[in-house]
Ligand binder design. Structure first.
Ligand code: DGL
Length: 267
């Protein structure tokens, strides 16, 4: 019998796997269901209303499969839809946003660069985050069209990935940034490349581990006395082509997995 509690995790595509890895480590006995909304990636250039509708559909799907908590493993979807999801579902909903607070604490040069989607950078939520935490630190933002797509193709070291990383990172270095916020869950997969371009002195900050810790804390409060289970299953779904999703997820997850295609009413 499976006592595992179920956590649903979603992203516009495979980026949220960078968060799922931390969740798996923090909560090995939870059943995890991951949805990559590959048919609709990228979210970064879509309207908030579009992303909100997708987030509601994916959450409905995850709850239908038994999810008792939701992780929005996507900065762009958090900005567009976290408030609506929280108003619509009486479940723990853990969301993520660019790590401005830790980056401001970490910088020595007083300049922090933010790599994120245009959707995240233009959101009211991001403006509020800067207002709250930037203080006297200069925050230089950089939208990164095309970067999500290279990760979706599993092209983590190719010439296009390198070209885009240089194009987006070098101007931030020239402005004096010594700390870079990876404000999109796809970007941690490009960390080795970003570090190579930016140099070893640059501090890269992403939010995956912090989100997993927050989820763990929240679920300890919500689910006291849970039966410990053996390492529970991780299931993968995609709104796009299942074979393609299986290939890329296996590459990024580091294990061979088979993704299933979302039923048409959710895709
Ligand atoms: N992984 C995403 C994020 O954290 C979404 C990127 C996109 O689809 O544009 O923002």
């Amino acid at each position: 019998m499976n006592n595992a509690r179920t956590i649903g995790v979603f992203d516009s595509g495979v980026g949220g796997l960078s968060v799922l890895q931390h969740i798996r480590t923090a909560l090995p006995d939870a059943r995890l269901i991951y949805v990559a909304d590959s048919a609709h990636v990228p979210y970064g250039d879509k309207s908030p209303a579009y992303i909100e509708a997708r987030s509601l559909a994916l959450t409905r799907f995850l709850v239908g499969l038994g999810a008792e908590a939701i992780v929005i493993a996507c900065n762009t979807a958090t900005a567009a839809a976290a408030a609506t999801l929280r108003a619509s579902y009486n479940l723990p909903i853990v969301a993520m946003e660019p790590a401005v607070k830790p980056a401001v604490a970490a910088t020595r040069s007083g300049v922090v660069g933010v790599l994120a989607t245009v959707g995240t950078l233009e959101s009211a939520r991001f403006a509020a985050l800067l207002e709250k935490y930037a203080g006297t630190v200069e925050i230089v933002t950089q939208g990164c069209p095309g970067l999500v797509e290279v990760v979706e193709r599993g092209d983590l070291h190719g010439s296009e990935a390198k070209h885009l990383v240089e194009r987006y990172t070098v101007p931030l270095l020239e402005r004096g940034a010594d700390t870079l916020i990876l404000g999109c869950t796809h970007y941690p997969f490009l960390s080795p490349l970003i570090s190579t371009v930016a140099g070893g002195e640059m501090t890269l900050i992403d939010t995956g581990a912090a989100v997993a810790r927050q989820l763990h804390r929240r679920l300890q409060e919500e689910w006291p006395g849970r039966m410990p289970a053996k390492q529970a299953a991780v299931e993968f779904w995609s709104s796009g082509d299942a074979a393609q999703a299986s290939r890329i997820i296996s590459l990024l997850w580091g294990d061979t997995v088979v993704a299933q295609r979302l039923p048409p009413e959710f895709a």
